[in-house]
Design a protein around this ligand. Structure first.
Ligand SMILES: [Zn+2]
Length: 564
């Protein structure tokens, strides 16, 4: 048993983990995710410390999960209550883009050999990196079994200590590439562990890969962007194409709203020198199922909004204003064009009857309830159950479900004049940043600078700091303010919330801890040429993560890393 953690030989340890870890095909939303879980559980059971302390590791089941997935976790328990949480996801994105190389996507050595055969067809940078031998290629090598392997190797090192001050927990999570069911369940696991072992969470470290503008400067992120997915449903007024001024085409209005919102700086939060990437539409279509000569009755779309400090009530409020203005613009334009048309055929002009009207999903529900009372409520609840079971069977897409529900409610609404209905579709990732935390200890405040200085001294490499990782990550579920305000909004306007989608918001607010992303340099995530820089993977990043742990747990810093 040792008294200090050294990093001698850590490169070999990381290598011995990452090769078989990548070899597990754990494509997100498939049974393969269970194999990642087994891999991590196996690794932990092979560590003597966990043999002696079976209560310090396990697989924590995700409730009502169709794939029966679990969060795998391990904890090295020290004397004090201070606890650092390391997290990584063990699912990966699909491999469609590997085409003929799908069979070797999970075998870095074979993949590199195959890629060499048509190196001249790769992007110049990918080719150069491939030929240099300095990168490890393979699905998940960078995103993020590289970071995961570093965490697992470090956990083992810490488990060999005779005495430790604080505690370290490693979470290995499924479903990050989808709706983060793993992390949302892990919030409850962390809450249970806190109570059972009297823990105090002081810091969370994620190890997603980072990208670089220049080879000598890395990036540390002290937070993560938020993401929400508002839906816009437009109910038009049906008409035959030949009598078009008797109707209102919902596509005309939806596309106006889409144009107003697409890349709009209005929705791009600014905090310090950082700005959220502006919104973009992920889905936009009419609700018509078959061709006929009428205009569609309804149309719907979903827009992705990334946030730095906006919450769902604020975004919905802004969206309401944009939708109302767009509606007025469309009515004005229709009247202008109607006047021209009437002039052409010598008809007397009358103002068209349309009025701009925008409502929230909650108000639409209230309207149906006011008209039909409890019978409506009962059948609505039945419909919700049905929709949820279709989603879990894969018969219905999350996005589509919001529109199915709006149209169901519309069966109980007697006011059929055109209007816009707004709400949210899952998932929701709160924005999180150390900047927004009220109290921060000195070592937290200066963590990025300390790590950068340490890296410069040790490896001649500087790290910049950003307050928001823009790649969207599980760190979103590590801190929250105003959980009740957000919970109310989701209850009201995200139809699936509390039924087949849920976030333990209060628990997150209760756990709130500062966080950082310290990961290896990687490139082309989600592409066939995904790769991670070996020197970071095997040497530098383990040292930086180790340093951050030692700072937070007040370990002997002098004992740091002899690296081989
Ligand atoms: Zn990732």
């Amino acid at each position: 048993m040792k008294k200090t953690v050294t990093l001698e030989g850590i490169a070999q340890d990381v290598h011995d983990i990452i090769m078989p870890y990548v070899a597990v095909n754990s494509e997100t939303s498939t049974n393969g995710e269970k194999s990642s879980e087994e891999f991590v559980l196996n690794y932990l059971s092979g560590i003597p410390y966990f043999n002696q302390h079976p209560e310090y590791f396990g697989a924590y089941k995700i409730q009502e999960d169709l794939l029966d997935r679990a969060v795998t976790w391990g904890m090295v328990k020290g004397q004090d209550s201070e606890t650092v949480v390391l997290l990584h996801h063990n699912d990966v994105v699909g491999v469609e883009d590997f085409k003929t190389l799908r069979g070797v996507a999970f075998s870095p050595e074979k993949l590199e050999k195959e890629l060499m055969k048509f190196a001249d067809k790769l992007q110049p940078e990918a080719r150069k990196d491939l030929e240099s031998g300095q990168y490890l290629f393979g699905r998940g090598a960078a995103d993020m079994k590289g970071g995961g392997s570093i965490q697992l190797a470090l956990l083992k090192r810490y488990s060999e200590l005779q005495e430790m001050k604080g505690n370290i927990i490693v979470l290995s999570l499924p479903d990050e590439e989808n709706t983060s069911a793993g992390m949302r369940a892990a919030v409850n696991l962390l809450t249970e562990l806190k109570q059972k072992f009297d823990l105090k969470y002081v810091y969370a470290i994620n190890s997603e890969p980072h990208q670089r503008k220049d080879a000598n400067t890395g990036m540390l992120s002290e937070g993560s962007v938020g993401k929400m997915l508002p839906f816009v449903y437009v109910r038009g007024f049906l008409a035959h194409c030949g009598k078009i001024f008797e109707g209102l085409n919902p596509l005309g209005l939806l596309t106006e709203i889409a144009a107003q919102m697409e890349l709009s700086p209005l929705f791009s939060d600014k905090v310090g020198g950082e700005s959220a990437p502006p919104p973009t539409w992920l889905y936009l279509r009419d609700r018509k199922e078959n061709y006929d000569v009428s205009i569609p009755l309804g149309a719907g779309g979903c827009v992705s909004v990334l946030t730095l400090d906006s919450d769902p009530p604020r975004v919905l409020d802004l969206l309401q204003k944009v939708a109302l203005k767009s509606f007025e613009t469309v009515i004005k334009r229709m009247n202008e064009r109607y006047r021209v048309f009437c002039g052409n055929i010598g008809r007397q002009v009358e103002e068209l009857p349309w009025k701009a009207s925008v409502t929230t999903y909650a108000d639409l529900l209230n309207e149906a309830y006011a008209e039909h009372g409890d019978p409506f409520l009962h059948s609505y609840e039945e419909e919700l159950k049905e929709v949820c079971s279709k989603i879990s069977n894969g018969e219905l897409e999350l996005i589509e479900s919001s529109f199915v529900l709006v149209e169901f409610v519309y069966n109980y609404i007697s006011d059929l004049s055109p209007r816009v209905v707004l709400g949210f579709t899952p998932p929701y990732y709160p924005n999180v940043s150390n900047l927004l935390l009220d109290e921060r200890a000195d070592e937290e405040r200066s963590m990025a600078d300390t790590i950068s200085d340490y890296s410069f001294e040790k490896f001649g490499q500087r790290y910049d700091r950003e307050y928001y990782y823009t790649g969207i990550s599980d760190l979103s579920y590590f801190a929250l303010k105003n959980s009740s305000r957000i919970g109310e909004e989701l209850n009201d306007n995200m139809p699936l919330y509390g039924n087949c989608y849920f976030i333990p918001l209060e628990e997150i607010e209760e756990l709130s801890m500062p966080c950082i992303n310290i990961g290896p340099w990687g490139k082309d995530f989600h592409k066939m040429t995904e790769r991670v820089y070996k020197q970071d993977l095997y040497e530098r990043t383990p040292a930086l993560v180790d340093r951050a742990i030692k700072i937070m747990l007040k370990h002997d810093l002098m004992a740091n890393c002899q690296i081989k």
